[in-house]
Design a protein around this ligand. Structure first.
Ligand code: G4P
Length: 533
């Protein structure tokens, strides 16, 4: 058992940690907000300059070629910075619904999330799934209505939309004075004071925040102030007030209004993350027992990334620390195999840069290099054994067959496919009749594109992908799999992890079998805690 001193140290360090992710649709301003967080955390001296110039630390995770071409963020990265004597771990998530499974995995590693919305757009149909995924994890969620400096929608209408579309009750902490595009500042609902918005040229430096008392605000802002007060009265009337219990249960969401580009509202949001967001708590293992924070080191892999550094052709695993004090160089046990794993090459990642990490505590993310034996969901520990619950996969919705163009590249194709599957880029289904052409399965179309692009660029294997007529997938077990083999309209595949997937030619065949055999195992979603679709 660790000594009392270490125990106290771990408890004190965990209390200082805040680990969260930002979920948003592309273009809502996630990169900008991330950069501003770093600015306020002192990790950047000047926002904007970094993104534009090469050589400096990159605030974004847009380090893969494909991401840059498309201008989207596909992979997730962990950033760490200090703010108000706290250590903030910010995990990036892909801003596209096709990668909602990746988002779901990242959410397994955080204690809270920020849902960032563009005030002009609200919750768009194409990103609804991402937010549902976030909501389905019952994580505490903050909401930030961004781009308030530009014309946009009525905030009350946005509140309604959030509640009706994702069943999350917004409780505004700040409320806007002025309309989107003619933004004057916000009322801090708790103090009743006015925080005046001052335009700041692209927010290179922290925004000046002028605090104005209500009497002065009424005189200076006139009708805008009156309208904001009316808005607040309405919020009071419907009880849209901050409530810790429902926030921590992921049912209500403290909401902030601002403009990441000009930095307005960024500090208020960051303060709320420090003050309201939960600190790391004992993680429950797969038997339902919480592992005390002060027990020996434990963590789990939530992301695998091959070839992150193309020069080294490496295979890295992102591990969320759950308990104990991690020290680089310590030997840990790899849960699934019981083998020891050396952590000599542990690092923390900042965008595409990697710094060696020496010590980490619950809530932190460590990156293990040369981790080719590690898989998503694997537990690592020292001393007392632990197994954290598996991270669920989604039922795939799209299927395709992949063939390598040049048969001399078959070996590279196989290797790439295996590694990319381990990362969760796509799922690979093995044909029941032994056909060597693999069937690929995905939740979103873009996963196939990423797969193909990375096979070409990282493994030198050019492939052709041929879509298969849409099927309906259900997870099944070996018993039902055996019975399904004699049925029409369905084929049973095995996944490389040994689980069974039944692919029905259409919903008709599925309904028919479900109707005739209600006792057969046919699960729509991979686990019962997976999101609503
Ligand atoms: P993303 O990572 O979520 O995809 O969004 P990103 O931060 O890249 O922002 C998308 C665009 O929205 C950028 O403009 C950015 O400057 C702008 N933006 C972000 N926050 C705000 C805000 O609060 N107010 C306003 N008015 N704009 C905002 P761009 O023209 O695509 O790029 P750039 O030339 O400004 O870098």
């Amino acid at each position: 058992m660790p000594s009392a001193n270490i125990n106290n140290e771990v408890a004190a360090e965990a209390t200082r940690r805040r680990t969260f992710a930002i979920i948003s649709h592309p273009d809502a301003g996630k990169t900008t907000l991330t950069e501003k967080f770093l600015l306020y955390g002192g990790a950047l001296t000047e926002a904007g300059a970094v993104k534009a110039k090469s050589g400096g630390r990159k605030a974004t995770s847009d380090w893969m070629e494909l991401e840059q071409q498309r201008g989207i963020s596909i992979t997730s990265t962990a950033l760490q910075f200090n703010y108000r004597n706290h250590v903030i771990n910010l995990l990036d998530t892909p801003g596209h619904r096709d990668f909602s499974e990746d988002t779901y995995r990242v959410l397994a590693a955080v204690d809270a999330a920020v849902m960032l919305l563009d005030t002009a757009k609200g919750i768009e149909a194409q990103t609804l799934k991402l937010f549902e995924v976030c909501r389905a994890r019952n994580l505490p969620i903050f909401t930030f209505l961004n781009k308030y400096d530009r014309p946009g929608r009525d905030p009350l209408e946005l509140l309604d939309e959030i509640e009706s579309k994702i069943d999350l009750r917004p409780t505004p902490i700040t409320w806007p004075v002025g309309i989107p595009g003619d933004f004057k500042g916000v009322i801090d609902r708790q103090s009743g004071g006015f925080v005046r918005f001052t335009r700041n040229s692209r927010g290179a430096h922290a925004a000046p925040e002028e605090l104005v008392n209500p009497t002065q605000a009424a005189t200076e802002e006139g009708a805008n102030w009156e309208a904001a007060l009316e808005g607040c009265a309405l919020l009071d009337e419907v009880g849209a007030n901050y409530d810790e219990k429902s926030f921590l249960a992921g049912e209500s969401s403290p909401l902030f209004v601002g403009s990441a580009l000009t930095n307005f509202g960024v500090r208020m949001l960051l303060d709320a993350i420090v003050d309201l967001s939960p600190e790391p708590s004992p993680r429950v293992d797969d038997q339902g027992t919480p592992r005390p924070l002060g027990s020996s080191f434990s963590g789990f892999v939530f992301k695998i990334q091959a070839n992150m550094n193309p020069a080294h052709r490496d295979h890295v695993a992102f591990v969320r620390v759950c308990s104990g004090r991690f020290e680089r160089g310590m030997t840990v046990t790899h849960g699934p195999t019981g083998r020891t794993f050396s952590t000599k090459y542990a690092a923390s990642v900042f965008g595409s840069d990697r710094d060696t990490i020496d010590v980490a505590y619950p809530g932190d993310v460590i990156v293990l290099v040369n981790a080719s034996d590690l898989r998503i969901g694997d537990s690592l520990y020292q001393q007392e054994q632990v197994r954290f619950p598996a991270i669920p996969t989604f039922a795939p919705e799209l299927f395709a067959r992949a063939r390598v163009r040049d048969s001399s590249k078959h070996k590279q194709f196989r290797k790439g496919m295996t590694q990319l599957e381990q990362e969760g880029v796509i799922q690979v289904l093995l044909d029941p009749d032994g056909d060597p052409t693999p069937t690929l399965a995905a939740v979103g179309q873009m996963q196939f594109e990423v797969f193909s692009h990375r096979l070409r660029n990282e493994y030198g294997a050019e492939i052709e992908i041929e879509g298969i007529q849409t099927k309906v997938a259900r997870r099944t077990d070996s018993e039902t799999a055996a019975k399904l083999r004699g049925q029409g309209g369905v084929r049973v595949y095995t996944k490389t992890d040994g689980t069974f997937l039944a692919l029905f030619d259409s919903a008709f065949w599925l309904q028919r079998i479900e109707g005739e055999h209600p006792d057969w195992t046919l699960e729509a979603i991979m686990t019962d805690e997976a999101p609503k679709s």
